[in-house]
Design a protein around this ligand. Structure first.
Ligand code: ADP
Length: 603
């Protein structure tokens, strides 16, 4: 018992453990699938970002390269050289100013100006404006300083005069191998930002110090990617490159560095949402493009693939369970069918055995019944023996007397009287012949050939055998035929035998009755032929009626009744496909023979 008690909990625990393991495996697999999908989506995003960055870099370079040559060409203008040599010639300055103004307009740059070796602006395209650079000291500007040292410079900065940012190109002005000053062109590159704003990601451009000077997000401008070192901050302060801006750190945090120039970072405005950051260096200028893409789509596709993988595994599990269940159910069904087949086979065998036993029993019964019918006939014969003897003795005595008389009458020549005697003798012999014929027929074991039997005729034939008793015992006999010529499908002899039996029983029953009436009725109803035999005897008490058709049931004194008559009669009628039954009538007994109705015209 202990084993069976501890069985189910152990099995349940094992099933639970298996379920947990399956769940863990499913989660791991789904996680891996989600990760893979996330990586693939990130790669796609990186490719798109890299392409954008390439595009931005190319358009920036294109813009800048358009102006690269411009400062260098100014030394070709003789008035420029002349002004640098004669800095106090105001007329000349006006001409150079006008020239620069026109050149600036044509080239699309912001400002063009000329600086002497002391770093003082000699002429400028914006000489008419209130922000005119003419007379300004710009030696502190690194690009001017570099150009004065013989290195053509490029520099992005915020204008100190009007606060406008731009890219400054500077180039030394040489005449006869001697440097006279510096030509500077300022170009506005902020217009590039307008193109960036239309992209999906955020773009920013930083200088070599990590200061953002162009950005698709205006608020990020003049902020730094990382805090500036004190030296750099000091230097920027001195050059006034981003004059008027605090250059505070942007607050971008790197979460994870990916291979190449990519990293996962968070932005200052949303520290919880990771963003993909890609950089692209612009080598000659030491600038750096940063492109930031939203990782939402990556996360969504990773999540979707994770859920999809879970779903697929759940479906697979369901399929496996379903198939297992089906196999089990089929096995159970097959076992059940096999079991049923075996029991059916056993049942069939049992039935066929029973059937053969029944057939043997029926055969025995039929034989016994047939013998009983014979015995019954003999019994009736025995009963009738006295009457028959009497019946025959009387005509025999008459025959002897009449034949003796006939001989004497012939000897005396009274031939006419002798002839009358002989006629009477012939009648008597004929009557005796009929009687013995009937008896022979009754005693014969009949075969069961069925034919249409006229019932009235059968009643008359049966009556003939009991006629004498009817007369002697002063019984009134009536035949009531409601339907004329009703015919039943049966055997005449055996039906007559049944009728004789019923009549004899009625006569026996009425022996002590004051009123003695025997009534036989014939009719047809519902496709059946009916013969009803009624008497005015004592009738059938319940205890008698219950046993009427049992063989050897009799209430008659010994030697008179065998108790076989009704049993045999009932069997005979049943063999015809009919029924014999008894009813208690108002006065006396009523027996009903029901037989299959023969088609009119059947013989
Ligand atoms: P048996 O006539 O040899 O007794 P039956 O089988 O013919 O055998 O009849 C069985 C019994 O049924 C009779 O002994 C009698 O008691 C009863 N019985 C038969 N016919 C009648 C009848 N018409 N009226 C009263 N009782 C009857």
């Amino acid at each position: 018992m202990a084993i069976s008690d501890s069985g189910p909990p152990i099995r349940r625990a094992r099933r639970l453990a298996l379920g947990a393991l399956l769940l863990a495996v499913a989660l791991v697999l789904a996680g891996l699938a989600g990760r893979w999908a996330g990586d693939a989506a990130t790669d796609k995003l990186r490719l798109a970002g890299a392409q954008r960055l390439d595009g931005y870099a190319v358009s920036l370079e294109n813009l800048l390269s358009k102006y690269d040559f411009l400062p260098g060409t100014l030394e070709l203008h003789k008035d420029v050289i002349a002004l640098l040599e004669r800095p106090h010639d105001e007329e000349l300055r006006d001409e150079v100013n006008a020239y620069l103004e026109q050149l600036n307009r044509q080239s699309g740059s912001t400002t063009i100006y000329i600086v002497n070796l002391d770093g003082v602006t000699q002429a400028a395209s914006n000489w008419r404006s209130i922000y005119s650079f003419v007379g300004d000291h710009v030696a502190f500007r690194p690009y001017v300083r570099d150009a004065l040292r013989g290195m053509p410079g490029g520099f992005y900065g915020v204008g100190t005069t009007n606060g406008e940012p731009g890219y400054f190109f500077a180039h030394g002005i040489y005449h006869n191998g001697r440097m006279l000053g510096v030509a500077t062109v300022k170009v506005n590159i902020e217009r590039l930002e307008r193109g960036w704003e239309q992209g999906a990601g955020k773009v920013l451009l930083t200088d070599s110090n990590g200061v953002v000077f162009l950005s698709s997000v205006p608020a990020w401008k003049y902020r730094t990617l990382a805090p500036l070192s004190p030296e750099v901050a000091k230097e920027l302060q001195a050059s006034r490159q981003y004059s008027g801006h605090a250059l505070a750190p942007l607050g971008m945090r790197e979460l994870r560095r990916l291979d190449g120039d990519a990293a996962i970072v968070t932005l200052p405005e949303d520290q919880r949402t990771p963003v993909l950051s890609q950089t692209h260096s612009l080598a000659p200028r030491h600038w750096k493009f940063v492109y930031l893409s939203d990782l939402n789509s990556v996360r969504a596709s990773a999540r979707n693939v994770f859920l999809f993988a879970l779903l697929v595994q759940a479906l697979l599990l369901l399929l496996v369970l379903y198939l297992r269940q089906r196999t089990q159910t089929r096995a159970q069904l097959e076992a059940m069918v096999a079991e049923r087949t075996v029991s059916l086979r056993e049942m069939t065998q049992h039935l066929s055995e029973e059937n053969s036993v029944r057939r043997v029993a029926e055969e025995k019964l039929r034989r016994a019944q047939s013998e009983l019918v014979q015995a019954g006939k003999m019994a009736v014969l025995g009963q009738m023996a006295a009457g028959i003897t009497h019946e025959l003795n009387q005509p025999l005595t008459a025959l002897r007397t009449m034949s003796d008389n006939a001989r004497v009458l012939i000897e005396r020549g009274r031939l006419e009287e002798a002839s009358g005697n002989l006629a009477t003798i012939s009648q008597l012999v004929a009557r005796m012949g009929t009687l013995t014929g009937q008896l022979r027929q009754f005693a014969r074991k009949a075969d069961a050939s069925l034919a249409a039997v006229p019932l009235e005729a059968a009643i008359h034939a049966a009556l003939f055998l009991v006629e004498r008793r009817i007369e002697q015992e002063r019984v009134t006999f009536r035949l009531q035929a409601r339907d004329a010529n009703v015919q039943a499908l049966c055997d005449t002899n055996r039906l007559e035998q049944v009728l004789v039996n019923l009549f004899t029983n009625a006569l026996d029953a009425m022996e002590g009755s004051a009123v003695r009436e025997l009534v036989a009725s014939v009719r047809s109803a519902h496709g059946r032929a009916l013969i009803i035999v009624e008497d005015t005897g004592p009738g059938l008490p319940e205890d008698v009626r219950a046993h009427l058709f049992e063989p050897f049931f009799t209430t008659k004194p010994q030697g008179k009744g065998l108790g076989l008559g009704l049993a045999i009669s009932e069997q005979i009628i049943r063999e015809f496909g009919g029924e014999l039954r008894a009813e208690a009538a108002d006065t006396g007994a009523r027996f009903i023979i029901e037989l299959p109705l023969a088609q009119q015209g059947t013989t």
